[in-house]
Design a protein around this ligand. Structure first.
Ligand code: PMP
Length: 380
């Protein structure tokens, strides 16, 4: 099928990638000119691929202003393997424990994996509030004795994002940044370990970036499966076994785009703020027709989750949106509704197109449905 119009892709991940990246990746699939072979047929031990990893690492370092005592790894197993690897690194000594938060779908998934490796305390759960808000600092009884403190900076399903740094000085800080990594500047030096899979802001599924401070390696116990032991990956510069060569190459293309075309993380953040502000303004102007799930202060710039007055309206909203070239708007299977993901590569033009559609859809809806009482966002 030939497409005449580029779709507007609001998928929660794997998600939108810059058009130039997709074109360059498809050309490389056929042939990488420097090598004269298709990308999928080039050895991971070739000089060319070693240079790909080195350049990707260098751009991550540059974008984040990363000090020398941090390592950058491109691993496999998704963020889910990191749920286990982090806990296995620090908690196999049975006298230790870690502090965790349960702020949404993904942190709930993380907890049982960590528990398989050791003892954790769940300091706060958003379950009673239907995961509609994040905790304030006074609600968190953080322990200075924890081996580490773990949180998820952006809950992808509920659309909740921390807009501040959490944790205690002197306690290792570990963060799953899968759905907002490289969407805004961060002070990396406050973190001991950050992990993020690529399929939101960085590239295709199959690659997970891990950034860790050198002294974390001293904590790794003997006997871990090699894929969960950070040391061989550091030693072999992410080429311990056969890495996902295609995925890492596409990550490199996205990183070049972010540095050279967007202009880095400050510029990226400004664009992301503008996109989210336009969409939230649309929700707020809709007189309760579009109902945001997240408390206002915790609204995510990456994932905007909302409901319409009835499930029937949600169904026709999604169907009509697709008919107009607006894709990937279905809410997560755990909670339904609508979710627009505004990752780095989603353009302002796509967001404006979505807002226009939302205004038209609302204006065309039967006014008697507008006041029906489905829960409205928590105003916290
Ligand atoms: N953490 C977060 C914040 C996520 O959004 C997801 C998946 N979307 C995961 C972890 C799980 O990632 P993966 O499928 O790569 O294991």
């Amino acid at each position: 099928m030939t497409r005449t119009l580029r779709p507007h892709n609001f998928s929660a991940g794997p998600g939108e990638l810059p058009p130039g990246v997709l074109e360059a990746a498809s050309r490389a699939l056929i042939e990488v000119p420097e090598v004269g072979l298709p990308l999928l047929g080039i050895s991971h031990r070739s000089k060319w691929f070693g240079d790909v990893v080195a350049e990707a690492e260098a751009i991550v370092r540059d974008l984040l202003d990363l000090p020398k005592n941090y390592h950058v790894l491109f691993l496999q197993g998704g963020a889910t393997l990191q749920f286990s690897a982090v806990a296995a690194t620090f908690l196999r000594d049975r006298n230790r424990f870690a502090d965790y938060l349960e702020t949404g779908y993904w942190s709930r998934k993380c907890l049982p994996e960590a528990r398989k490796e050791g003892r954790i305390r769940v300091l706060w759960s958003g379950e009673a509030d239907g995961y509609s808000r994040l905790p304030s600092d006074v609600e968190l009884d953080l322990s200075p004795d924890a081996a580490y403190f773990h949180y998820i900076s952006n809950e992808t399903v509920e659309g909740l994002q921390f807009h501040r740094l959490l944790g205690l000085e002197g306690v290792r800080r570990v963060c799953d940044m899968s759905s907002d990594f490289l969407s805004r500047p961060i002070d990396v030096q406050k973190f001991d370990l950050i992990y993020a899979h690529a399929q939101k802001n960085l590239g295709p599924a199959g690659v997970t970036v891990v950034i860790l401070r050198d002294d974390v390696l001293e904590e790794v116990p003997e006997g871990l499966p090699s894929m969960m032991d950070y040391r061989p990956h550091v030693e072999m510069r992410s080429i311990f076994n056969t890495p996902p060569t295609f995925g890492i190459y596409v990550v490199l293309l996205v990183l070049r785009w972010l540095r050279d075309e967007v202009g880095g993380l400050v510029a990226m953040n400004r664009i992301n703020e503008t996109k989210a502000a336009r969409l939230y303004a649309m929700l707020d102007r809709s007189d309760g027709f579009y109902r945001g799930r997240a408390a206002r202060i915790d609204r995510s710039l990456m994932n905007v989750s909302f409901n319409l007055p009835t499930p029937e309206l949600e169904r026709s909203f999604l169907q009509e949106a697709q008919g107009q070239g607006l894709f990937g708007l279905e809410g997560h299977r755990s909670c339904g509704g609508v979710r627009a993901s505004l990752y780095n590569a989603v353009s302002l033009e796509s967001v404006d197109r979505l807002c226009r559609f939302m205004a038209e859809f609302r204006d065309a809806a039967d006014p008697s449905v507008v006041d029906q009482t489905r829960p409205v966002e928590a105003v916290v």
